[in-house]
Design a protein. Sequence first.
Length: 390
Amino acid sequence: MVGAGTAGLFAAYFLVQHHINVRLYCNTKTSGRKFLVAGKGGFNLTNSESDELFAMRYSNRLFQEAYKQFNQVSFRSVLSSLGIETYVGTSGRVFPVKSIKPYQVLQSIMGFLNRSPHFLFYPNHELTSLSHHYLTFEHRGQSQVVSIKTPVVFALGGSSWAKTGSTGSWLGLFEKVGIKTKSFYSSNASVCWSSPDIFQPLDGLFLKNVVIYSQHRSVPGEVVFTKKGIEGSPIYALNDQVRFGEMLWMDLKVDLTFGTVYERLKQGKRSISDRLKSIKLSSTAILFLRSILTKEEWNDPLTLAARIKKCPLPVADLAPIDEAISTVGGVCYSDLKQTFELKSQSNWYCIGEMIDWDAPTGGYLIQGCVSSAHVAVNAIRQRFNPSEAD
């Protein structure tokens, strides 16, 4: 196995649990570094959403089918067997009980693996080349060649958070041996304004109960302004629309129709600011509107009402990859069988974020990594002992 992030660790767990020998190579000195960093932002492991809705969170059928084979109930059961009890938060996200920290979850997994005679760990081994018969690693300035005699599971991750070892540098190695890949792009990332200077007064402020939408779909939620742009779960969910070049708009007053907003804004001789207070528009929303509207637009009730209900967001692009939570790109899912085995290379499996797939935050990313690991391992188990496979 190559890669000791979420997908790699759980693949190793599933293999070792069934007494299959595992050699796990990692390009950093410790395992699960991105797993620990992700935990700092709210440690949701999966989600309690219905299976039907959960599966549709994934951008392709490969991961949708993987989830159906190993869903959030199955994952929570595995966590429980490792001593990690979970609970469902008010948002439906699933967290470890409050006394359990991310490093303790990682310790539980590594503790299980290290106690097994079937597991060997090789940290600080950077994959530098691969062929159909050999893998070459660099370890402390020396090259080490490992022959391939058994199935190989690659769990090399995407390209976000390079400080954790997730650099995506392996992409060229796979291309050289004829594996179809796509370049990495940001996902679950903030968007950057085309003219960020005019929004500086908004940095750190937030808007609740808004809807962000494109021509094709809308997502409600909360957003936060940054020095460069805007972020939040609705923005993350529409990252693909930005990648496709679609425009985004924001509804700043979800509970009122355009007609109602316009009627209230055109009444009376009060100032525009006072009229906006009559519809209970937040001070942050007002500041945002003042930042993007001309004086003429601000003083025209019809234009102002239209912008409150459909405010175009001046988006230039997504935030850079190293500021993104996850990435799309990597190994093309069309080059993989339903078992996550490469069509072009027998006995090579690719799992987790190194595959070109997308999903929102909220527990779906970790679940996708674990579900893909389980499916791949089940296929490997069939090779060893067909009668044991799930």
